[in-house]
Design a protein around this ligand. Sequence first.
Ligand SMILES: [Zn+2]
Length: 356
Amino acid sequence: MASQITHALAGEAALVAASKTSALPAPGPVLGTFFRLGCQGPDLFYHGQRSRPVSISLGTLVHRRGFGRLARALVADALRIPEPAWNAFVLGFLTHAAVDRSSHPFIVWFSGWHDPSRPETARYLGCHAFLERALDAALLEGRLGLQPRGWSIAERLLPSGGVPRQFAARLASALRAAYPERLAADTLLERRVANAFIDSEGFYRFTDPAAVSLSEAALAPWASLDPEAGRRAVAVLYPEGGLGDLDIANRRRLPWAHPCDPSRVDARDWFQLVEAAEAEAAGVLALALGILDASRPDPPELDSLERAVGNGTLNVGGADGKAARPVACSPLPLPELMEAEFRVRRERLRGSPRRG
Ligand SMILES: [Zn+2]
């Protein structure tokens, strides 16, 4: 997957492209937070690991299969009870799949993974999440000329009045419609989803690059971290120490391969992958906007929407869309960069002079 900034920027670009084909206006500034929060899709459930009952297994389920059915259920629900904030959230949610599918092979190839049966791969723990954030930073600079600390995740993703209470009930009911075999009997589902929103809000505030920079207050908690805990913490933060001349976005367009099938070679850079996702997501949004625009109950176009979104995995998988284990990678020296990030924060904290 990509991380929060890429999902938001790609979703917004897809919406601008799709809105040109629809009579319905795009969600305006007030609704923008709902839309960008929606763009985070089922990653919201990955952040739901604190408040009980937790939601993390929903993140795994939705990433694994059935996203097209969920998209259909969400739009059907938005049709039944139209409400601007919810509609904006649903439209954002629909864009998540294209971005994940387009970016995941690249990220897994270049970050590797930890295989507990091979202790030597422990050094790659956290590299996936860290690369996502470094790529977020590259896209943000390329598109808007901003550093991550200039793009407050809390301000851009969190509605000022909080997430409306009905969101959890509506998202839970769409999940139940999409995955009845797994969720029909889960009596805690709505609570789980509500907790995902609560925990995600906490996570976005805790990792907000606008707040978690090199200021003294932000650095204080680093005093108590040992190097291992520091590395884990760095993985979910935006890089502050610079990436040197490492070509994390593959700007040179060197060949890389699909981690599940190294015979599938690609040479696109990160920006091309995001643009491909935006084009696909724009097609999905044009369909969804058309359905919401016509406002007919249970229209046959919901079938086309489900097909366009697709039910294949959002993780890496085979050409058939089934989730598959990665077998090959060529990781960038991310462990070293993460250690450098940890050192930058520790040295600042101690007030020692910065290394040039
Ligand atoms: Zn995702």
